[in-house]
Design a binder for this molecule. Sequence first.
Ligand code: FMN
Length: 200
Amino acid sequence: MENLSEFGLTQNPLDSFTSWYEQAKSVEQNPEAMTLSTIDSKLRRPDSRTVLFKGLKSGCLTFYTNYTSNKSRELESNNEAAILFYWHVSKRQVRVQGKVTKMSPEDSKAYFRSRDRQSQLASYISEQSSPIEDKSALMKKLSEASARFDGDEIPFPVNWGGFLFEPYEFEFFVYGDYRINDRFLFQKTQQGWAITRLQP
Ligand SMILES: Cc1cc2nc3c(=O)[nH]c(=O)nc-3n(C[C@H](O)[C@H](O)[C@H](O)COP(=O)(O)O)c2cc1C
């Protein structure tokens, strides 16, 4: 195979991802936005939504969410998931497949405390993905909590935290002229990462 460095890649997909992400940060508007796809085991349907990438931790991609949300319920019954980054200006796409586990409450709490007070409050009051009558009911919950904790720390919500997504497959894609795209597949094996070039 030709020199991966021509595409800003190395033999290691995590390093390659980091390098593409750093480049994306300098040109993209929302480089950390990623599409997370999970499986609803009961309905046997795929489900996708945007979440924010919050960095690598011990070789895993991290994101934070409500543990009683639909995505978390889906991950509870099937912890295999897919992540997609689409970087428009860079003409790049990264597809990742992996297994998801919950982050430790200590690490989740540390991140929670690093967020601004309004975001902490919003996470505290939202039963994410559950129905609510109307927006005013939500705003009432927010202002009540804001008044209750006035001057105090917002309690760390037990149903909120991070996930660690441990990748076993990456595809790095560069959009080419006339659909002659460059695609590199990295698959985790016992011997390390196997790399294959794919047709557009
Ligand atoms: C740009 C953007 C970033 C988002 N980031 C997050 C996030 O980091 N965590 C999160 O739980 N939801 C985030 N959301 C909301 C989710 O897309 C989704 O609406 C929510 O998590 C509920 O999904 P679920 O019902 O599948 O669990 C984001 C939405 C957008 C548009």
